[in-house]
Design a protein around this ligand. Sequence first.
Ligand SMILES: *[C@@H]1O[C@H](CO)[C@@H](O)[C@H](O)[C@H]1NC(C)=O
Ligand SMILES: *[C@@H]1O[C@H](CO)[C@@H](O)[C@H](O)[C@H]1NC(C)=O
Length: 507
Amino acid sequence: MPDNSQWYLLGTAGVVIWSVIYLTRSEKPLDRIPPACPEEHGFFKFRSKKSTLQMLKDGYHTHITRTFKVPEAGTWRVFLNTPALIDEMSKMPEMSLTESSNEMILMDTTLYPYAPPHEVSSLLSRVIRVSLSQNMDAILPGIMDEVKASFNDMLGEKVATEWVSVPAAQSMIKAIARVTNRVTIGLPLCREEEVVNGSIKFTTTVFLTGFAVSFLPHSLKRPFAKLVLGWAGVRERLEKYVWPVVEERLEAVRVHGKDWEGLPPDVLTWVIQDVPDHNLTAKYISQVLIGMNFAAVHTSSMTLTHAIFQLAVEGDKYLPELRQEAETILSSEGYTKTSLNKLVKMDSFFKEILRFHGVGGTRKPDFPSRRPTVSPQRMTTGDVTLSDGTFLPRGTLVGGNVIQIHSNEQFYPHAAEFDGFRYVEDGKTTGGSLITTSPTFLTFGHGKQACPGRFFANFELKAMLAHLILNYDIKMDGPAVRPENVQFRYGVAPHRTAKVMFRKIAA
Ligand SMILES: *[C@@H]1O[C@H](CO)[C@@H](O)[C@H](O)[C@H]1NC(C)=O
Ligand SMILES: *[C@@H]1O[C@H](CO)[C@@H](O)[C@H](O)[C@H]1NC(C)=O
């Protein structure tokens, strides 16, 4: 990837051009919605003295039952404060997640250049919700094989007799990238180092590109994004590996048909089965696989890293019970869809991780690429008036004030405390499982457009954590203090470099 100074240069050029445009325009359709901080009006609203998290907090306490706006890269995002308003938003057909993402990361240019984004998004969503879920038992042996191989490669042989230290975030993202790719394109490509690296870098580059062009006038954004992405070259490097595999599978389909039993059970097969014949090209198919990577790798690896930190610091509190549960259920039933769904304590633990540590964003928090990650986030595709009277013209970015709702005592008693078994009572899940969204549990969004990947993430995360805790002891490399999260815009990520230690449990 090019070094950061070039990105700054590009950003600066963008700011200058954008400023000229801004100064010459007059229409301000969101004037009637109060800003989170009244002093944050005007020209430099994209650069604020206050952190976005602080603004969300201030806005919440000042406008508790209403909406307010927060500056975002040359425009505003309107935040909804109450679960009721968020519920309302998630049910409105004029509130589009795809349009919001398209605005922020230019999906049609960066992510899905070969087809309309909404078409690929809904295809991917179908494949994950239907095919992947239905075939979970068929793919779990492969997932477990990849989980074991990843952790073996990561920890080496010494781990059998001594503590081995690894950087948590970097190690978990590699493991997640391998496991995810095992499910999308399979062996041997999922272990190819350049593919693993590429699928990690691609996401970061897309977010960086989105940021770099965000200050440009609308008509220049896409040409610039294309230029920047082509210059970074990450998509080409991934495609170089993925295309031949897709071609080979397409050839098998041409010879044997789409329903041939010899097709491996993986995302590639299911995508091919879903795509109409006239769209069966390597280009079209591979962008779907890359899209799944984009959505799955960083989000899940941040969640797993948070969980590892929590266990490395509070092992005494959580490990015995989590281990006992996993051992009891998995030693007799093995890793299946049904058995993993019985891990209610682990389910609760992960849900609390998501409530407490949020999720989202790029893994480059040291760079001002802090593109917001709000869930749920939407963009209006028509004029909308909310039940509290707020008027949102077409094209308004909207978001739920999730951080504040997740830390509200009214919905979560002793909200400031991490309570890993908060959602389990007498061996049963209470108040919704990890994958149940609600107007008060919003990490995956809510409503029809909620993250479809959560069904896969649910199994992937549980399988990986179960394998880890059944085979290894975990502690921090250094004092048993939770490494500080990195905050950027609306997002929270785990510490980037903190190390954890693993040691094989004596047989
Ligand atoms: C992959 O990334 C790591 C750093 O995370 C680097 O050390 C390694 O050389 C890279 N491998 C390839 C093949 O690019
Ligand atoms: C997919 O098929 C449609 C026609 O149904 C066509 O308009 C579109 O260009 C095709 N896309 C690709 C990438 O082949």
